[in-house]
Design a protein around this ligand. Sequence first.
Ligand code: C5P
Length: 420
Amino acid sequence: MPAEPQDAETTKPQRVVLGVAGGIAAYKAAELCRALIQRGFAVQVVMTAAAEEFIRPLTFAALTGRKVITGLFSSSSSEDTLSSAVEHIGVAQENDLLVVAPATADLLARFAHGLADDFLSTMYLAFTGPVVLAPAMNTNMWLHAATQANLEVLRARRHRIVEPEDGFLACGMVGPGRLADPEVIADAVAAELNRRRDLEGEVVLITAGPTQEPLDPVRFLSNRSSGKMGYALAAAAAERGARVILVSGPVQLPAPRNVKVVPVRTANEMRTEVFENLDSATIVIKAAAVADFHLANVPHQKIKKTAARLSLELDPTPDILAELGRNKRDFLLIGFAAETENLEGEAKRKLETKNCDMIVGNLVGGDDVGFESDQNEVALALRTGEFLKLPRASKRELADEILDHALNLRQGLSSKAHGR
Ligand code: C5P
């Protein structure tokens, strides 16, 4: 008997919405439905109108023991119109994951563009959990630039795409487009739900955003950091079950869910809060763009405008990351390096000099990635000597990858330690 996947806080089985779109492979969704139930998931099936042309809702109702949702307003015929009209919100809130198999070219396009013209596409927009898509279609439709562009959009939203297999297709062609094996899709669903709790028991201390170093009561020195990378890391770590403390410089971002935000302004304040909150930390990530210089004695009055040149003598701020490196205990220490050139050399140098386990390096100064952007292109310098260039992706997606590498690194480090 497979172990029942359980919700973290309760003993309820995890709930999965299985969306079925209208393709010839729709009949295989019944097999997937059974594979999900066998893994202990509670499954709610939602079918598009086209899917009903290929397989009857009754098949899924018999497998799941639940009413199948088939249309935007038809699902609750016995209930009042209002509950029927908002049912897609309820389904979105109650479920832990959405998997669509088969995901047709049309379904991918509708999801990518945010259309909301039936229950499944409307519920998708209201859903905030992980999404797994298993496409199936004719080879040329799969390879078409439009479908591939839509897939790029969906990947950037961190949806997991279970790639179709190569093989004989119903249309007579041979090539990619056949729905992946239902067991493979069910494994992807299980992995996606498990992966998200793999930081349970960890305490992750993250710094984010710029710091502001006052020059007088109304002016300050700062930088272009938006805080988005650090906030994405905090959101990802919290979703994966970690207790997260986010020491944040001034940013225009909402606090991520289930994250304790400690607002600070200056490098000195950030240093104080980092060391205050360091005790139980198991992973420390310094994503903040800390100002390197500050005015040690800030005048109490506004500096007057004069015709003369103004010189300010700046002192270095405390290097919090280097200090953490010098006082390193058994937490993983991850720093960032924003560089305009020689990324590999600088990242590796900082890894050594600041005694880190990982430096996340990114080239800044370009127009569309790095500071302020939702996308980023980073490379990881690891304690193991590796230098890994990650493909350009959304900051939220990169956050998960950085956390994956951190966990791998710790397993590697501790297995070496055990081997001694
Ligand atoms: O040496 P550099 O400032 O380029 O290193 C960047 C890394 O050091 C980042 O992780 C940043 O958060 C951290 N840092 C710090 N304190 C400073 C300056 C940078 O912790 N005063």
